[in-house]
Design a protein around this ligand. Structure first.
Ligand SMILES: Nc1ncnc2c1ncn2[C@@H]1O[C@H](COP(=O)(O)OP(=O)(O)OP(=O)(O)O)[C@@H](O)[C@H]1O
Length: 228
């Protein structure tokens, strides 16, 4: 297995609150990794450091052999745009845009023409069981539909890594499982590495490995194989 992302001894404090205290983790290329742990233990903070959104106070983050925590913001932002995809708990679709424009956004940001981006966005609707929803705006979609559109947006540019923070947190358990099946199925098809934060064991069960963040003040991250 090739290590794609490595976090070494990350520490990050918000004001008086230590969110990370010596977090280390490796993520292999192509794997699906679930980050678990109690509320407030530092899961989202860790995810944001791995994705180059937050800069740790100390420690190192390496992606594909390159250190990213010391890159300037312009380079990190380019890395995020070109190489990473994101899905959050509440899909965060842009309400003024149609569903297909939302899916096309990462391509538009990457410089693809509007027509080209929409042409690449459209096949995702059939693939995710969303045919007929292309022109709807987020107010006209159910939570599960909106989250599948957010998932298409996260994957449309074929990112090397998909970062997902509680991607099923706002969904009922059946809809959540459907979204997870699509997320993991599509990511595996594309060879996209997935790092997902969840507090639900049923969601983590879709992952190849589980990393447990215990208490923001603790210093260890234990990763255990839950599937061979
Ligand atoms: N921007 C911020 N400003 C101040 N404190 C923050 C900020 N972000 C996170 N924290 C604090 O850092 C700690 C870790 O937060 P984090 O969101 O990483 O935890 P989490 O494990 O993802 O929690 P949850 O499961 O509830 O989402 C918490 O005590 C939180 O209150």
């Amino acid at each position: 297995m090739t290590v794609l992302i490595e976090a070494r001894d990350l520490a990050l404090t918000f004001g008086e609150t230590p969110a990370l205290r010596g977090a280390s983790l490796t993520v292999d290329a192509g794997e699906v990794l679930a980050i678990m742990g109690p509320s407030g233990s530092g899961k989202s903070t860790l995810l944001h450091c791995l994705a180059g959104i937050l800069t740790p106070d100390s420690g190192e983050v390496h992606f594909n052999g390159r250190r990213i925590d010391t890159m300037n913001e312009a380079r990190r932002s380019e890395l995020r745009r070109r190489t990473f995809g994101f899905v959050f708990q509440f899909g965060q679709l842009v309400p003024e845009l149609t569903a297909e424009e939302n899916v096309a956004l990462p391509l538009l940001f990457g410089g693809t023409s509007r027509a080209g981006a929409l042409a690449q966005a459209r096949p995702w609707f059939a693939r995710l069981g969303l045919d007929g929803m292309q022109r709807r705006r987020s107010g006209e979609l159910s939570g599960g539909q909106a989250q599948r559109i957010a998932l298409a947006r996260g994957l449309v540019a074929r990112p090397q890594v998909l970062f997902a923070d509680e991607p099923t947190g706002a969904l009922d358990s059946l809809t959540g499982e459907q979204v997870m099946e699509l997320l993991v199925g599509t990511a595996r098809e594309q060879g996209t590495t997935v790092i997902l934060v969840t507090h639900e064991p049923r969601v983590a069960a879709y992952a190849d490995r589980e990393a447990v963040v215990r208490d923001g003040r603790a210093s260890t991250f234990a990763a255990e194989r839950i599937a061979p």
